[in-house]
Each structure stands twice: as C-alpha cells, then as structure tokens.
Design a protein around this ligand. Structure first.
Ligand SMILES: *Cc1c(COP(=O)(O)O)cnc(C)c1O
Length: 394
C-alpha cells in the first residue's frame, strides 16, 4: 500500500466553499535592509534566519488569506492558541540547491507538499492547494536566492510549517491556522567527510506505534524523543535506534537501511523497515529505493555495485545480531534530507556493541554510491526523471 496517496478530498465540515490558497494573489514586501550572508564554513544547521518569510493564514469564514512574502519577524499569537496547548503543529524539511547553471532548484518537492497535506489532515487542520504552496515556496526561494550557498553539499534548508491558531482552551480541532515558510542556509552534515554514527538501540521508550502518528511529520512526534536522546548522548551514542519490541523502526530522525551478504553471492540484500504507519515515509528513503531499482533494471548504473535486492520488510535486532555474528552485516546507514546518507559504525544493544565493518571513506560501497548519486541529482549535475525542479518556473 502506498502512503503517498495524495490527500484526496479532505474537506472540513463547513469550510469546503471558502477560498483555497491562491499563489497568484501573492504580495511581496521586501526588507528595508538586508542581513549579511555568513561564510560557508560558519554555517550550523538551522541556526541562521534570512531576510524574508512566507505567511498565509486560514479562517473558517474567509478561507486562506492573501499569501505574503515579508520581512522575517516574530509571530504574535494568543497564548491560548491550539498549537501551544494541544500541539497542532506540523512541518516539512526540504532543500533548495544551486545547479551548475546558477539556477535554484528543489528536489522532488511535490512529495513534501503531499506529505505536508497528509500531516495537516491527520491533526484536522485545514486542507490547502499543494500546487499553490509549491509555487509560493519557489517564489520565496527566488527572493532569498543570495542566501543559497553554492559549494558542494551546501543548500538552503526550507521549513514549511503549519500551526493551529484557534484561541480557545476547549479540546477540539483548530479551525484557524497559520502556514508559514522559513529558510536557512546550511552546510554539509559531515564537514570532514561522513563519520560513522553510533546508535543506541532503545525499546523502553518508543517513537511510534501501530495506529499512532509516527508516519506523519507532526511536531508532537519529536518532543518525547529528547530525553531518551540526551540519555543516549550521556552514554556516548550519537543517536537512538528506535525499536518497537525487537523491530527496528528508525535511527534518530532518519530512515534506516542495512546491507546484507547473500548466501548465493548474487549481489547483496538491502533491507529497510516497511511503511507500516510507524515509519516516516521519507523522500530520501523512497528515492534510494527507486535508484536501486533502476540500477537493477539496467536503467542506470550505480558505480561499482552488484545487483541490489531491495527489501521493505521487518528488520529485527535479533536478526541484525545474528547477521553481525556471522559476518554478513555489511553496511548500515540512515537516510534523510539533512544527512542524505549517514553511515552507522556501531549499535549499542542490551549492554553490548554490535560493530559494523569500517570503510575507508566512512560510507560503504552501497551507502557511498547512493550518497554520490543523490547529491549529483540534487545539485543539478545529473538529470534523473523529474526529480530536479527549477524555482524560476513559478
Ligand atoms: C523527516 C524525517 C525523515 C526523513 O525524511 P526525508 O523526507 O527523507 O527528509 C525520517 N524520519 C523521520 C522521523 C523524519 O522526521
């Protein structure tokens, strides 16, 4: 079953006839003075704000307001607002890159728009026209073009956000909302080349569960992970490997992959947990699965790799331990927009460390080839299907 079905006919009671988001109504108010753009070397993920943001609000009687790009500034919200009390907030994470042609581009942005709409639907926030939002994001990127770092591995991180703004304490859906988009220049996740992450496998706290919200990008999924993350860091691990019983779900806020040696030596198996509702359906996850499929079909060649038997299935710690003991666990890596592909070096589990084979460049052959191809597509050096989307066409 695909979790990528679009939102379909998500119509809130009584609001079906109010105006939808309309990109053609955009008004742009430029800042009087522009901030200095930091050096590439000093960029820390998500720390720098730019000059402008996109804001649009929803009222049940008047629908989506006129979208505005305006100077970046604090929001003013009623303390009773639903987002503060009942966590009606959700977001997306995507990036704009400058290609060799000097033009800003996005990577499969329609996937982020569909996921944002799904997240909004899950917490009963109003639906919106996803094409219109994408057009508005492209306009914002063009306005902030000077903030996109051009060095390899650098990009402009884009954070579309929707919050419930109903100002009343009654426990009920928020029929008012604010949609805003902010951007922040960012450098490579690993400045000195991929450094293998250590993961602590945890099952006494869980990130997601059947019937829960782990498959949506909702703010409420992240706060409960901060204390376990802090405890894991104190024990010397970079991230948590979230389990559900014995089954692996995700690594921190990344989708998790393992590469396994096959008995018949006809290539390798590449396994990742299936999208059963407890896994965030990552755009990077989907993209690496599709690239591996294209490699197997002969539609493209991933550098030096044999046949890659991709498997979306349950992956358990007992299986990983058995494979590791037998020398069959070849690689493990996390994938996501921020890291792209991040190697895993060891996994702490039940007082022991399961160690992955070290690789000269941090990433193993499969993780490394996927990372290289994704970066080349994202930064516009390689064209692949319709994954690269220019911002100037808005
Ligand atoms: C955002 C996110 C991912 C990665 O998704 P991408 O679309 O690839 O960036 C994976 N897991 C969690 C929990 C996330 O929040």
């Amino acid at each position: 079953m695909s979790l990528w079905k679009s939102v379909g006919n998500c119509v809130l009671e009584g609001v079906s006839s109010v105006p939808d988001l309309d990109a053609s109504e955009l008004t742009i108010t430029l800042a009087d003075s522009l901030k200095p753009v930091p050096d590439n070397e000093s960029l820390v993920f998500g720390a720098v704000t730019t000059d402008h943001m996109l804001v649009v609000s929803f009222e049940p009687s008047t629908g989506w307001s006129t979208p505005e790009i305006k100077p970046y500034a604090p929001l003013s919200l009623d303390p009773m607002s639903s987002c503060f009390q009942y966590c009606t907030n959700l977001f997306e994470g995507m990036k704009a890159y400058v290609g060799p042609d000097g033009k800003p581009r996005l990577f499969r942005p329609e996937k982020n728009m569909a996921r944002l709409a799904r997240s909004a639907e899950r917490v009963a926030l109003p639906p919106f026209n996803t094409d219109a939002l994408l057009a508005l994001i492209k306009r914002l990127v063009m306005v902030e073009q000077r903030w996109i770092p051009t060095a390899e591995g650098h990009s402009l991180y884009i954070r579309p956000t929707i919050i419930g703004t109903r100002a009343a304490l009654g426990v009920a859906a928020s029929d008012q909302a604010l949609l805003y988009v902010i951007v922040s220049p960012t450098g490579p996740y690993f400045r000195t080349g991929p450094k293998p992450l250590s993961l602590l496998a945890v099952n006494e706290n869980v990130r997601a569960w059947p019937g829960g919200t782990g498959g949506h990008k909702l703010g409420l999924n992240y706060a409960p992970g901060f204390l376990p993350q802090r405890i894991a860091a104190k024990r010397g691990y970079d991230q948590i490997l979230w389990l559900l019983g014995d089954a692996v779900t995700e690594a921190g806020a990344m989708n998790f992959f393992v590469v396994i040696k096959r008995d018949d030596d006809d290539g390798v198996d590449v396994a990742t947990p299936e999208l059963d509702g407890t896994i965030l359906p990552g755009v990077t996850r989907m993209s690496v699965l599709e690239l591996m499929q294209a490699h197997n079909d002969g539609r493209t060649k991933l550098n030096g790799l044999p046949k890659l038997h991709t498997q979306e299935r349950k992956v358990t710690m007992s299986e990983l331990k058995k494979l590791s003991d037998a020398g069959k666990l070849l690689e493990a890596f996390g994938v996501g927009t921020a890291v792209i592909v991040a190697p895993v070096g060891r996994i702490g589990f039940e007082g022991d460390d399961l160690t992955l084979p070290p690789h000269e460049k941090g990433l193993g052959p499969v993780g490394g080839a996927l990372w290289r191809r994704l970066v080349d597509i994202q930064e516009g050096r390689v064209q692949w299907e319709n994954w690269g989307v220019l911002c100037e066409d808005a």
